[in-house]
Design a protein around this ligand. Structure first.
Ligand code: FES
Length: 124
């Protein structure tokens, strides 16, 4: 049912946790299943130097969070904002149709953290 990549990221999720003194944080939830995903980021010179996540959700949501963090580290803010939930699902080798909604939280939560960072920059 799940690709090897999904199973690998589910069993060995990368970048779990929270960035200390983060430059931005973002959280999104799926109102249907109640699952939550939160991301924290460290940004230096417009590049995502660190991305960490905490996910309270299903296995697919954990694999998605892990893949999002791996894809995002090293990207510029612009590149990370251009990442879509479909990109993440594709990178994972696809998700079963009834689990596609789980991937919808991934890039959204990352984008929320980046928006939070950009807002803080405006205030500074
Ligand atoms: Fe809720 Fe997967 S079932 S995110």
């Amino acid at each position: 049912m799940y690709s090897d990549k999904v199973m690998d990221h589910f069993r060995n999720p990368r970048h779990v946790g929270a960035v200390e003194n983060p430059d931005g944080v973002g959280e999104v939830g799926n109102p249907v299943c109640g699952d939550m995903m939160s991301f924290s980021i460290r940004v230096r010179d417009g590049v995502l130097k660190d991305v960490r996540f905490r996910t309270f959700g299903c296995g697919a949501a954990i694999a998605v969070s892990s893949m999002v963090s791996e894809m995002a580290i090293g990207k510029t803010i612009e590149e990370a904002l251009a990442m879509s939930n479909a990109d993440v699902a594709r990178e994972l080798g696809g998700l079963p149709p009834n689990k596609l909604h789980c991937s919808n939280l991934g890039a959204d939560a990352l984008h929320a953290a980046i928006r939070n960072y950009l807002e803080k920059q405006k205030e500074a």
